[in-house]
Write a protein of this length. Structure first.
Length: 136
């Protein structure tokens, strides 16, 4: 193989491209909202129930798509309500409350003595929203 004066620069360019490509972070394929850029505010989700399941408080656990447990603002449903609760500081202490990021898919498991609820949901692409998830 004959080397030319361009062989070494071409080799370095190829090596640089190879290293650059291999060091790229993986794409966030789970986020369906596209590129949001900057700081993105989470959406608040309240878990609630419209009847008294007669089993005490309901503990709610939310996990992201990788199985990581999301730390709740308040992780327990402490009372029932006949209508979806409004988002307010008072209600954040009564219902399981989580700040979740848009475009992401989450799973939840809610439990109390002898009863459980499970589900999956995707957070909408709107920012600064407060949504309710009814345990049924």
């Amino acid at each position: 193989m004959r080397l030319t004066k361009y062989s070494l620069p071409v080799f370095y360019l190829f090596a640089l491209l190879l290293v650059s490509y291999s060091c790229q972070k993986g794409k966030d394929t789970e986020n369906t909202c596209g590129s949001l850029g900057g700081v993105v505010s989470p959406n608040r989700y309240l878990f609630w129930i419209n009847y008294n399941p007669a089993c005490g408080y309901i503990a709610v656990e939310v996990k992201d798509a990788d199985g990581k447990i999301i730390t709740p603002f308040q992780g327990k449903v402490m009372q029932s309500s006949s209508v979806p609760p409004e988002c307010s500081n008072t209600n954040y202490g009564k219902y399981a409350t989580f700040d979740l990021y848009q475009g992401k898919t989450y799973t939840y498991k809610a439990t109390c003595t002898g009863k459980s609820w499970i589900g999956t949901f995707t957070v909408s692409c709107e920012q600064n929203q407060c949504k309710n998830i009814q345990l049924q």
